[in-house]
Design a protein around this ligand. Structure first.
Ligand code: AMP
Length: 437
């Protein structure tokens, strides 16, 4: 056993795993920019109050899962690692006066989040989220646009059959009366409530609706539904979101139990699941409208909506469905040679190839030429550049490894020749058949 290990609930992403992450990060950045979301980076930690006020003190995320940073004696402020991106982004929106920018301000971020969750499959203490936020747009069209963007992200990532669960959780006009009614309903069935749910009832009764405890299934099925209690404006908004989704041909399923864990949500709430797995599995991603958050964090009342898509669970789901990542790019050329003391020549030639934009590696060790060539083939390189006696005349050997052919060419022509031959190999001869790689 090594003396030091990554902290419990965190992982090292090793080179065999990172191509999936690189691909998903690029996809997120590309989609965000196509949809007009601009990149923002906020600190990995914030004043704890940003989360306590923004997310709500009586939520699992703040109560149980917030990674608080132990204060140093000389500092009055208390900080916490970000458990989700929205509160920090809204803090930045207020701090930098983005209310004066043309609205909506559409922002995107992709990075690590931290929650002190009990670690298990798909639940880590450091995980990654791709996040978009449209701040300053009351919807309902942008609600549908954001949900469509989420479904496209999964589809482009290669995960088929992602289902959208949709709900509206009302607003401060209609929700309080509903929460009172719900509390009375559960109170009347107090005896049937599991212990944990009984304590939740006092503090955050909406959370009982998304309880995963099987004992709650029957009770929840009979519970009053928020969507039957929405005030007129919320009901109209919800109907319009659904109409827009229909117009975009985005299938969704209404899920009255979907309340999301965080206090700041209003109206539209949604989650993404692998279809058929809603019962046993955690959500792949989720989001919703948070019309009260900007004001809560000190700004003017500003409607907003966003989502957070977890990359860790997406990578797991892709692996489960057998989606494999394209092979990592091999070096195009490996520079080899029989003279163990000619390292600096090999290094310089590889450096020149790289400067010309080609992936190249030089053999820097002292192994035999045969071993060097074997290693080059094992790396999947297209060419071996062989540095030998011809160097005195300004020439090197160029071996096409898959074709098994070799010729001598001037070093001055090397980069051009390698680049041209590699491109032809990949794309096939001009006007001719398919390439072989
Ligand atoms: P939430 O804000 O809890 O709805 O989280 C949004 C998404 O982030 C989830 O759907 C997950 O994909 C991901 N996520 C949340 N918590 C974790 C965690 N502890 N480990 C891995 N992914 C998580």
């Amino acid at each position: 056993m090594p003396a030091y290990r990554a902290p419990r609930g965190t992982r090292d992403l090793l080179p065999a795993e990172t191509p999936a992450w690189t691909r998903l990060e690029r996809l997120g950045a590309d989609l965000a920019s196509r949809y007009g979301y601009r990149r923002i980076e906020t600190p990995l930690f914030e004043q704890s109050e940003v989360f306590e006020r923004g997310i709500g003190a009586v939520t699992d995320v703040v109560e149980k899962e917030l990674f608080r940073i132990a204060p140093r004696t000389d500092e009055a402020e208390s900080w916490a690692l970000r458990p989700e991106p929205t509160a920090g982004i809204v803090r930045a929106y207020v701090q930098h006066g983005m209310q004066t920018w043309p609205q909506p301000v559409k922002l995107s971020q992709l990075g690590p989040m931290f929650r002190y969750d009990p670690p298990q499959a798909g639940r880590y203490r450091q995980f990654w989220q791709f996040d978009v936020e449209a701040i300053g747009d009351p919807g309902p069209a942008v609600d549908a646009e954001i949900i469509e963007l989420g479904t496209r992200y999964y589809r482009d990532a290669g995960l088929e059959g992602v289902e959208v669960l949709l709900n509206s959780i009302g607003d401060p006009t209609c929700r309080p009366a509903y929460v009172a009614e719900l509390t009375a309903y559960f109170d009347a069935h107090r005896e049937a409530l599991p212990e944990l749910e009984r304590t939740r009832l006092e503090r955050n009764p909406l959370r009982l609706l998304d309880s995963k405890d099987p004992a709650m299934a029957a009770l929840n099925a009979m519970a009053p539904r928020i969507t039957d209690r929405l005030c007129e404006p919320c009901a109209e908004h919800f109907a319009a979101v659904r109409a827009h989704l229909q117009a975009l041909a985005i299938p969704y399923r209404l899920e009255p139990g979907l309340v999301r864990g965080l206090d700041y949500y209003t109206r539209t709430a949604f989650e993404f699941y692998v279809a058929g797995r809603e019962g046993q599995q955690q959500a792949l991603g989720g989001g919703g409208r948070y019309d009260g958050l900007v004001e809560l964090l000190g700004g003017r009342p500003t409607p907003a909506i966003g989502f957070g898509i977890g990359l860790d669970r997406l990578v797991l789901a892709l692996a489960e469905t057998g989606v494999t990542e394209p092979a990592e790019s091999a070096p195009i050329a490996v520079v080899v040679g029989a003279d163990p003391d000619a390292t600096s020549h090999r290094l310089r030639i590889a450096t020149d190839l790289r400067a010309a934009g080609l992936g190249a590696r030089a053999e820097l060790g002292r192994r035999k030429l045969g071993k060097q060539l074997e290693a080059a083939a094992r790396d999947g390189a297209h060419f071996a550049v062989i540095v030998g006696d011809e160097l005195a005349d300004g020439d090197v050997g160029l071996r096409d490894l898959p074709a098994g052919t070799q010729k001598v060419i001037p070093i001055a022509d090397l980069a051009r020749e390698v680049g041209r031959a590699h491109a032809a190999h990949r794309h096939g001869p001009p006007g001719g058949g398919a390439g072989s790689a």
